[in-house]
Each structure stands twice: as C-alpha cells, then as structure tokens.
Ligand binder design. Structure first.
Ligand code: NAD
Length: 259
C-alpha cells in the first residue's frame, strides 16, 4: 500500500517508534530512522519487516536541537526525495513534583516531546503540500488527554502536541495532507520499564508486583498496548480510509481515558 512512499520516524531505534517503522515498512514504505543507541539491530528488524524492496536510512539528529533537525530533514530530502509520512515519536519522561522538577529536564522534555514536532512538520510541509499527499502522525499519549501527578512537563508536552496536531489538521484540511495523534496508554518499552523498576525499588516490591500496580492504577484492561498495535493504527492513518481523518487524538489505552 505504501510502496514508493518514505516515512521518517523519529525515535525509531526503540519501542513504539520501531514498531511503527516496522508496520510502515511492511506496507512497502522506505524508512528514515532516527534515535539514539544501537542502530544496526533495529535496522535489521525494519528490513526484515519490509523485505529487500525497501530502502532504510538513518540520521542521528538530537531532537532537542533545531539545527540538527534541519540537517536530518535535508538528509531525508536529498537521499529519499521527500518525506511523505512524518511520525513524530521521539520522547522522554521525568517524574518529580513541580517544585523539585529540574529546570533542564523541563526544557529537554518540551524540546524533544513537543518543539521537535514543530520543526520537523514545518520543514516537511512544503513538499507534502506540493505533492498534495502527506501524513503527519504525532505520538502523543493518554497524558495528552488527561493528567497524572509528578509528570507536569510530560503532560504539558503531550497536551501541547495534541493541540499542535489539531492546528496543523485545520491548516491542511482542504489538501491531501492529514495530521493526527496517537495516544497510547502503557506500552512496555524502556521508557516505562524504568518507571516500573523505580516503583519496585521505592516500594520494596517485586517488578511483577510493580507491573500489576502500574496497570491497575490506570488501565481497566490490565494489559499493555503493544508497539505492533500502534503500528497498525499508523498504517490505518496512511490508508485511503484515513483520507478524511483529520485532527483526531486517538487513544489506544485499555480504557484509561474512558474512566
Ligand atoms: P523508548 O525509550 O523505547 O524510545 C524512545 C525513542 O526516542 C528512542 O529511539 C530514543 O533513542 C529516542 N530519543 C530519545 N531522546 C531523543 C533525542 N533527544 N533525539 C532523538 N531521539 C531521541 O520510548 P517509547 O515508550 O517507545 O516512547 C516513544 C514515544 O511514545 C514517546 O513520545 C513517548 O512519550 C510515547 N508514549 C509512550 C508510552 C509508553 O507507555 N511507553 C505511552 C504513551 C506515549
């Protein structure tokens, strides 16, 4: 379905971004990877999902640095022609009461989780509009719709990206470009594993108990959402059935925000 299209997925060396990159590759899309850590193993997973017909590139831009984001977008345009599908996924978390929240962590969370999407979107948009086709998919969170304590920066960034998604959807409403957000509940990735491990250490309980507590607090389904399930939703947004889906913040969260 996406043969000949190029998807740039920020933060695709791990977790949800990798799941979305694999799902888009499986539909034939070329992939521009981004993110920190090992690149070769996730790249091999994407190639295995997409087969030998797809092209996979990588740019290691730090999403907190606008100049590096510009370099990444230039790399994508020169190596792949243009970005047809932009998945703004890179994100970080820090947990602390507002009075204890380190200023540099606040700035990093806003830069990586929110401002980076402004920069990638403003740079990808002219070519999408010229082609009259494009998909912007922002990975927000259930925390884009409701709050939790000790997560002021994260909740602010995720509410912000839901608003950004809607504004861009209105600006592109009469074009073939759409802008939508995905709002996952808990997904068992390194970002959440750290919160589970911290809780187990803090409360002197096992990781299994911490796991159960974490899910029980927020998710009526008592199940994690998987990167593959989120990838399937991203594929839907890219399908012809998604042509007129504009400005939604689609929660896939085991009932978290239904409560
Ligand atoms: P993860 O830690 O597995 O992956 C994060 C990715 O972002 C990695 O590839 C990492 O290298 C990259 N990254 C981090 N900082 C970066 C930077 N400065 N520049 C470039 N890349 C950077 O986490 P994840 O759980 O897969 O999170 C992905 C997105 O999903 C985030 O936006 C997160 O807020 C969101 N999310 C996660 C959950 C969850 O339960 N895991 C729930 C809702 C939303």
């Amino acid at each position: 379905m996406l043969k000949g299209k190029t998807a740039l997925v920020t933060g695709s060396t791990s977790g949800i971004g990798l799941g979305i990159a694999k799902a888009l590759a499986a539909q034939g899309a070329n992939i521009v990877m981004n993110g920190f850590g090992d690149v070769e193993a996730p790249k091999a997973e994407i190639i295995a999902a997409g087969g030998s017909g797809i092209k996979v590139g990588y740019h290691g831009a730090d999403m907190s640095k606008p100049a590096q984001i510009e370099e990444m977008m230039k790399y994508a345009a020169s190596e792949f022609g243009r970005v047809d599908i932009l998945v703004n996924n890179a994100g970080i978390q820090h947990v602390a009461n507002v009075e204890d929240f380190p200023v540099e962590k606040w700035d990093a969370i806003i830069a990586i989780n929110l401002s980076s999407a402004f920069h990638t979107t403003r740079l990808a948009m002219p070519a999408m509009k010229a082609a009259n086709w494009g998909r912007i998919i922002n990975v927000a969170s259930a925390h884009g719709l409701v709050a939790s304590a000790q997560k002021s920066a994260y909740v602010t960034s995720k509410h912000g990206i839901v608003g950004f998604t809607k504004s861009v959807a209105l600006e592109t409403a009469t074009t073939g470009v759409t802008s939508n957000a995905i709002c996952p509940g808990w997904v068992l990735t390194p970002l959440v594993q750290k919160q589970i491990d911290d809780r187990a250490a803090r409360e002197g309980i096992t990781v299994e108990q911490a796991n159960k507590e974490l899910l029980g607090e927020k998710e009526p389904s008592l199940q994690f959402t998987t990167p593959d399930e989120l990838g399937a939703l991203a594929v839907f947004f890219c399908s012809p059935a998604g042509n007129n889906v504009r400005g939604v913040a689609w929660n896939m969260d085991g009932g978290w925000v239904a409560q």
